[in-house]
Design a protein. Structure first.
Length: 295
């Protein structure tokens, strides 16, 4: 199959993850959703690693870095997004997730300082921040019941923004991506395990719909998706693979509207597009216009 088919499949899996979380919350608590998402994903990756004979990472330093990445890049944001969806729609959560590259740019500039704070990057951050305000409809204000969910989703985005450049600095290129992903998701699962006995169930019984949603969320969203991403990086490069972020909100919105019957205000998709424009400007995907006659 061409890599474009894997690209669409990856965007669909990650976009539909917000739908799967919403269904899982019908019978499970936010902590249980996050834990089983990770546990099932770790199991799927372990199977992939075994079939492909991919070794796990070695070295105490690598495992420490994977613990940091797994905690900040998986355990915490998965929990925050699950909690956030107890207060906001999956559509809104999926659109907020579009700000992840924006948060990555911000942490890269302010914390890791791997790249200079050029005018283009600062302009991208400003446009993206304005887009977030449009998504939230800041001129109208949010209901008191929505603010905890919005803040949780934004906190998850901030976690992703820190974890991506940290991973790029520490473990990128130190081993097989499948092996690193298996170790990362496995550690992230263990980090949530001690808190699992204190988790309360969701609003109803764990029926077939909840079980199916969690299987899809874990096996596909936190397991097979990593393998698909690796395949795309091999076939088309990391730059092309990273553009999946632009397509994920589309599938999140479609799933929420079609399968959950959720509504959507005009400002949410418009603000999402503004956020993506900010990301494109800040990351250099919109090239500068050259003067006429420039070679």
């Amino acid at each position: 199959m061409p890599w474009q088919a894997w690209f669409i499949a990856l965007a669909a899996i990650w976009g539909c993850s917000f739908w799967f979380m919403k269904v899982g919350l019908r019978g499970l608590s936010a902590l249980e959703v996050a834990f089983w998402r990770l546990a099932l994903g770790a199991a799927a990756l372990a199977v992939i690693a075994a079939v492909t004979r991919t070794p796990l990472p070695r070295g105490a330093r690598t495992w420490w870095d994977l613990t940091v990445i797994g905690g900040i890049g998986n355990s915490l944001p998965f929990l925050l997004f699950a909690y956030g969806e107890t207060h906001v729609s999956s559509v809104l959560a999926g659109i907020i997730n579009a700000a992840t590259p924006l948060a990555t740019i911000a942490f890269t500039l302010a914390v890791f300082r791997d790249e200079p704070a050029t005018g283009r990057r600062m302009a991208g951050l400003a446009v993206g921040f304005a887009g977030v305000l449009v998504v939230l409809g800041a001129w109208n204000g949010l209901g008191s019941g929505e603010w905890p969910g919005v803040l949780a989703c934004l906190g998850a985005v901030a976690c992703y923004g820190f974890a991506y450049p940290y991973a790029q600095r520490t473990v990128a290129g130190t081993g097989s991506p499948v092996g690193l992903a298996t170790g990362q998701i496995g550690v992230a699962t263990l980090l949530l395990l001690p808190a699992l006995p204190f988790a309360w169930g969701g609003g109803g019984p764990v029926g077939a719909d909840v079980a199916a949603a969690m299987l899809c969320l874990g096996v596909f969203g936190s397991g097979i998706a990593f393998a698909l991403n690796f395949r795309i990086v091999q076939a088309a490069g990391a730059t092309v693979s990273s553009t999946v972020t632009y397509v994920i909100p589309l599938f999140a919105v479609l799933a929420g509207l079609a399968f959950l019957g959720e509504g959507m205000s005009w400002n949410e998709p418009v603000g999402g597009l503004v956020v993506l424009v900010g990301v494109a400007v800040g990351s250099g995907r919109i090239p500068r216009r050259r003067p006429a006659g420039a070679g």
